[in-house]
Design a protein around this ligand. Structure first.
Ligand SMILES: [Zn+2]
Length: 675
């Protein structure tokens, strides 16, 4: 699992899933360029986001059950309506269903069966609670942790490609064990952060009370839990540090790990996690495992029992009876995200099926929503953007011939994955029961854990996907060196083969260019064509790159995310580099494609203007302040407004298209350009 090196174009999932009440699958999609979303009263040279999206923002208030609302979120909602139809059919199918339909249909039916879920109460957690209460000493923590795989206890155990030998899959342990979204939530001392921590402790207390603890006991336990998690947070790397792959690579013997945290019985843990013979592994954050050891020594058994009980409840709350679901939502949805209401049950259930059985559900989805022509059209556009990148690299004035050769090799080796995997994941080892919602979730977690761990020591499966086909998102994986576009995002309004070329290139073309550029951003450039962490740059070219990237960091650090919180230019650097490079590549590809054609204005907009408005409208979104605050800490993407404005302000072609005067806000005096 290469979670730390995945780079996504859109961040849709906050603490709660997305989607809105929708009643029909036959939604009429808005066009790629929607004239009615433009606010003509705004000067595009002053604020291009407000110009392209102004009327969209007014017409699209955030639904009460959402933390943000965007063109992407609306599309995700539409996808969910179709997925619901698929799941209702699969659910009603009876004994004649094929195994794939049985799994997705019964998972969905169990999730929708609120009465059975309600009647079960805390029973589904009983086994876990007994294991925790049966602990005799802190030496038992490792054993119990091995029975709570995938439930956020202490750390994550997973597999990963060896950073320095990308053909090998090795074991990996990574920092984890927190209930709040990031280490910073535990360590910041400003008033808002202190207030959020107090609300968190109150939430933890409530959850423990739901497990049956008396209020006074639960209050003390919640304080101990905060203390343990704060100790883990102190040992954790920051989000910015985690963008540097060199800081995440510490391959060591198992013995060395045991020396880092001797208080944890690693033998018990690895034996039970199916890896008794493990000899070496990558430890992403050695400091974290030292901090974990200190906490294991310092805190008493009762505090650790409370910590484990809390995580058992926390990991499973969304799937349990209403009291758990609502309490979980009150803190993570409302307080942290700003949502006002819980999403309807069917939307949550569709999301859980997609999460746990994505490639089973995805098979039916692509049959209905992604015809072969759409795949061919997307493939053609990807090829064109890659050709533009070749042209761009060839012409770079600041890069030496030696580095260019390596860059081109990387570009030519890169694999494109469009729509869905060639080979579907086999879920046959996973049992799904129609009357056991939480059991399904627990088994799906163990299935996924085992699937990841089974890769250790085996050759890399380069055909694997880490997003499900209906997902409205895309990613680049530097260790595989591939770009991945799920069928879910290759839909109108983002992608419409029948639409006018200009906005199609400005929108989907820029997305493809964005993912491609990730291979060459400040993080991606550290990996070579084969996905190895290897410096293939001459010292001088590396210096040239850093100078150009720091121009972008300085630019975005000036922007305000929300209230008094600025955008973190270091955290968002890779995404900002990819946004700028992506739009430039799309522009080049579009110009190549239409060379010699006489393009006419449409609706009073020149083709160039339509290209840029197509780009700007990809970012139309409203976001709650609470969520903006959270994203400023954990999201490597800049706020959507700056993904539009920050990029065009660096682009001379934009200035020309809208004839902006020098000195306009959308014309930066000091333009940044990397690729
Ligand atoms: Zn990205």
């Amino acid at each position: 699992m290469f979670r730390m090196t995945l780079v996504l174009i859109l961040l849709l999932t906050a603490a709660t899933a997305n989607a809105q009440n929708a009643s029909t699958a036959s939604t009429v999609h808005p066009p790629v360029l929607d004239i009615t979303s433009i606010d003509p009263s705004v000067d595009p040279c002053t604020d291009f986001f407000a110009y392209s999206c102004g009327d969209w923002l007014k017409k699209n208030p955030i639904p009460p059950d959402k933390t943000s609302w965007s063109a992407a979120a609306k599309l995700q909602d539409e996808n969910k309506v179709l997925l619901r139809e698929i799941l209702e059919e699969a659910s009603a199918g009876g004994a004649s269903r094929d195994p794939v339909k049985q799994k997705i249909g019964d998972y969905y039916a169990a999730c929708m069966d609120e009465k059975t879920v309600e009647a079960a109460g805390t029973k589904p957690l009983q086994g876990g609670l007994e294991r925790i209460s049966g602990m005799h000493s802190k030496r038992d923590i490792a054993r119990v942790a091995s029975e709570m795989l995938g439930q956020g206890v202490l750390f994550d155990f997973q597999s990963d490609q060896d950073f320095k030998n990308s053909s090998q899959v090795i074991a990996e342990v990574d920092q984890g064990g927190l209930g709040l979204p990031d280490r910073d939530y535990y360590l910041r001392t400003d008033a808002k952060s202190v207030e959020l921590r107090q609300a968190y402790v109150a939430h933890v207390q409530k959850m423990l009370e739901l497990l049956g603890d008396a209020p006074a006991v639960a209050a003390t336990e919640a304080q101990s839990i905060l203390q343990i998690e704060t100790a883990l947070a102190k040992g954790s790397l920051t989000q910015v540090e985690r963008r540097d792959p060199k800081l995440l690579y510490h391959k060591m013997s198992r013995h060395k790990l045991e020396e880092l945290s001797p208080s944890f019985r690693w033998k018990d843990y690895f034996d039970r996690a199916g890896q008794p013979g493990l000899r070496s592994l990558n430890v992403t954050a050695p400091e974290f495992f030292r901090a974990m050891d200190s906490a294991l020594k310092k805190e008493d058994l009762e505090s650790w029992k409370a910590y484990l009980r809390w995580h058992l409840a926390h990991a499973n709350a969304p799937y349990l009876a209403t009291a758990f679901v609502n309490t979980d939502f009150d803190f993570f949805g409302k307080t942290l995200g700003g949502a006002q209401e819980l999403e309807p049950r069917w939307q949550r259930c569709v999301g859980y099926v997609d999460n746990d059985l994505g490639e089973a559900l995805g098979q039916a989805y692509v049959q209905r929503a992604f015809p072969p022509e759409a795949k061919q059209h997307a493939q053609k556009m990807v090829k064109q953007i890659e050709e533009a990148m070749q042209q761009d690299i060839d012409g770079l004035p600041w890069m030496s011939a030696a580095t260019k050769q390596e860059a081109l090799e990387k570009l030519h080796t890169l694999a494109n994955k469009i729509g869905y995997p060639d080979k579907w994941r086999d879920y046959s080892a996973l049992t799904i029961a129609r009357d056991d919602n939480v059991g399904n979730v627990l088994r799906a977690r163990v299935f996924e854990f085992n699937r990841q761990i089974a890769k250790i020591g085996k050759p890399v499966d380069r055909g694997e996907w880490s997003m499900s086909p209906p997902t409205v998102n895309a990613y680049y994986n530097p260790q595989i060196n591939d770009i991945n576009f799920p069928a879910g995002i290759l839909q109108p309004p983002f992608f419409d083969p029948r639409a006018d070329d200009a906005p199609n290139y400005g929108d989907t073309g820029a997305t493809i260019g964005h993912e491609l550029t990730h291979g060459f951003d400040d993080e991606g450039r550290q990996f070579d064509a084969q996905g190895n962490l290897r410096d293939w740059w001459t010292a001088e070219d590396g210096k040239q790159f850093d100078q150009r990237a720091s121009c972008i960091a300085d630019q975005y650090s000036q922007y305000v995310a929300v209230d008094d919180i600025k955008v973190n230019g270091e955290l968002t650097m890779g995404e900002n580099v990819a946004d700028l490079g992506g739009l430039m590549l799309a522009y080049m590809a579009w110009k190549n494609e239409t060379r010699g054609q006489k393009l006419e204005p449409i609706d009073g907009f020149t083709p160039e203007q339509r290209f840029f408005i197509g780009y700007g409208q990809a970012w139309c979104s409203n976001t709650r302040d609470e969520t903006k605050r959270m994203w400023a800490t954990i999201d490597p993407h800049s706020p959507d407004k700056y993904r539009a404005n920050g990029v065009v302000a660096n682009t001379p072609e934009f200035q020309q298209a809208f004839q902006c005067k020098a000195g306009s806000p959308m014309v930066r005096q000091k333009r940044c350009r990397v690729w």
